[in-house]
Design a protein around this ligand. Sequence first.
Ligand code: VG1
Ligand code: CO
Length: 544
Amino acid sequence: METIRIATTPFEGQRPGTSGLRKKVKVFQQPGYLENFVQSILDTLPELRGGSLVVGGDGRYFNREAIQVILRLAAANGVRRLIVGRGGLFSTPAVSCVIRKYKTQGGIVLSASHNPGGPDEDFGIKFNSANGGPAPESVTDAIFARTKTIDRYLTLDTPPVDLDQPGVCTLGETEIEIIDPVRDYADLMEALFDFDAIHHLFNSGHFQMRFDAMHAITGPYAIEILENRLGAAPGTVMNGVPLEDFGGGHPDPNLAHAQELVALTHGSDGLDFGAASDGDGDRNMILGRNCFVTPSDSLAILAANAHLLPGYRQGIRGIARSMPTSQAANRVADFLGIECFETPTGWKFFGNLLDAGRITLCGEESFGTGSDHVREKDGLWAVLFWLNLLAVRQQSVAEILTDHWRRFGRNFYTRHDYEGVDLEAAEGLVDHLRRLLPDLPGRQLGAETVSYADDFAYTDPIDGSVSERQGIRIGFASGARIVYRLSGTGTSGATLRVYLEYFEPNPALHQRDTQDAMRPLVLIARELAQIETRTGRTEPDVVT
Ligand code: VG1
Ligand code: CO
């Protein structure tokens, strides 16, 4: 079949952010836009020629069209084999699993994760490397550089591939294998966790749970794993059918966006366990009856209890957390006598540590937790981890949480997001903070004394690469912290994230309301950054 060479010119702004290239669907629909980016990936990674590639997405609007474009470009560029999820579907952690299992040279994930979907909403594309993880900055920088000089892309003139027909077909010289997107992933989960114990818990007659798939990709995964393999009652999975617009909502599992589920856990007859995942299945939210586990606490608790679960019986080697994630995990690492790394925001920074065997668990405050079983954060994995823990410890979520605080102390934690802020105002605010940094150490702010203040820079301990300007950190003598950074996943304006944490060793104060407890720190953070005068905002849009 003849390869067609189409002349093209570069598009501005195809720089991948925290997690791939995310733009409005309308931007991606411009002729040549997606083609340019995909061709830039193929040009940057010569190993893909003659190699194999996994392709799939979270099923949002434009997923199917985008996959057809990618298949044609990949075939025209000599990719030998393409593994595609049936219906064009794959969760992000499942892509990571499949890349590793079938040893492909990489994968392309189509998703804008927790961002809304639909013709006027967001779309995204990300390249994952042969280790199954998001490409490191060196690769995304090279792809971006290529988008600026690209002058042609290669494609084929072929009818669309039937994505719903499992089996093998060909496109030019390329073999396309349409596979069940769930099976390999579900098998991996079964190898890591004690499914008998969880099955037992589900059938004990005194355990009620719901999993909210938020009309996104984890629906089919959760139904297969929780209901079919583990015997949870039908209907345990809510909103389990993936929709192109996620039913009009934000597929973002947090207290603000999963309100229906949160309500079900309230009251004396509330659910024993509630969990949710996001658009592409890599995030998780964990709830107990009248109780919410912050993702930072979840990471610490998983680390402290990992040895109780089959997949982690031999203990964990080390932990990593993204910089804004609370320091609760550090306390567990100290106790276990293992290393705890602080990395910039974004899962790509965990890859080298995982590959080198320096860490087993890692997590981000943004509802992301994972381990060395794949190279992405993994929503359902975290849910199964918790279920296995509940089954083994025979305690409620609240009991496990309170116990943990009693042992290690509590890191109160909250994140305040100011969304859709004017870009210049947001950048001005960060510049203002940067200018303040040298004078902050030793200064008294409210009842707190600043012990350090910096713009976080990270040197990767494995390959020595340096990433600068990763967020403003202000640490206090009490152990409290304020972190400011601008989001790298949004598609319009700027989102200012303010992360706040303070440490409370006294168990008598552990049950305080988080926002009350954090109030003094919130006021310090607002004043120092001049949030109101610079952005016009008096309150954040989303509090998690
Ligand atoms: C956000 C989170 C970050 C996460 C990223 C991708 O990035 O803060 O922790 O890794 O989303 O998650 P930002 O730059 O907007 O703060 V997902 O579930 O979109 O793949
Ligand atoms: Co996600």
